[in-house]
Ligand binder design. Structure first.
Ligand code: MF3
Ligand code: CO
Length: 251
């Protein structure tokens, strides 16, 4: 079932989104070689509580942390850990903020120290693909338009889009209908309607799209061991077009 949100509900989710965008900016400024994803986890938990919010991922389906921290070939749902990040690593930090019952979900891939040009290109293409998907998130368009815009661009750049994890509706809980694949055919799938709030969160791999699950039963990695990046925003479908609720205002 799809729950469309009122202007008021969207406004409250926007507040949560603003806080989440600020958290990503703080993380960006703290990341450097030597810090750990557990340091980031502790910072986020603390920051959210100081700002009257909670980390919605903690306890969600048994997940134990406020953040997911996915390093290099990890696609998503990496656990925060005590191993120091090294120069040249990339790390995707994903979290869901709950502010007075309103949720917002956003992920960002950060770089650690200097990275090589090929890795930078992966990040740039992944971020651009997110915005190409968002551009399609308009009343009357279909879900397949979003996936098609992302997939066609990413594949033209020589990368692949993960199939095993999708974007999703978000509201009172993290995952609601409808599901938003980051691949697909233009003009196919359900029509987007005013008041839908969805996440768009392409995960892009240097090699093939196939993934494998770690023994922890959470963390997905690229099957071929190549790097994977991800950018995610929470977006409302409005009369004025896509409204990005977790914008970071920095490219
Ligand atoms: N933030 C994730 C998403 O984009 C959800 C993570 S599920 C959790 O869909 F259990 F790991 F929290
Ligand atoms: Co997320």
């Amino acid at each position: 079932m799809i729950k469309r949100k009122s202007k008021r509900e969207i406004g409250r989710m926007q507040e949560a989104g603003r806080l989440l965008a600020n958290v990503h900016k703080e993380i960006k400024s703290m990341i450097k070689p030597g810090i750990t994803t557990m340091d980031i986890e502790n910072f986020v938990d603390d920051y959210l509580h100081k700002h009257g919010a909670t980390a919605e991922q903690k306890g969600y389906q048994g997940y134990e942390y406020a953040t997911c921290a996915s390093i290099n070939d990890e696609i998503c749902h990496g656990f925060p850990r005590k191993e120091p990040l090294k120069t040249g690593d990339i790390v995707t930090v994903d979290m869901v903020v709950n502010l007075d019952g309103a949720l917002a979900d956003s992920a960002w891939t950060h770089t650690v120290g200097e990275i090589d040009a090929d890795t930078q290109k992966l990040l740039d293409v992944t971020k651009t693909s997110l915005y190409k998907g968002i551009e399609q998130a308009r009343i009357g368009n279909r879900i397949g338009d979003i996936g098609h815009a992302i997939q066609s661009y990413v594949e033209a750049e020589g990368y692949s889009v993960v199939r095993d994890f999708t974007g999703h509706g978000i509201g009172e809980t993290i995952h609601e209908d409808p599901y938003i694949p980051h691949f697909g055919e233009a003009g196919k799938g359900m029509r987007l309607k005013e008041g839908m709030v969805i996440t768009i969160e392409p995960m892009v791999n240097v090699g093939g799209w196939e993934s494998r699950m770690d023994t922890n039963n959470w963390t997905a990695r690229t099957l071929d061991g190549t790097l994977s990046a991800q950018y995610e925003h929470t977006v409302a479908i409005t009369k004025d077009g896509p409204l990005i609720m977790t914008e970071h205002n920095e490219q």
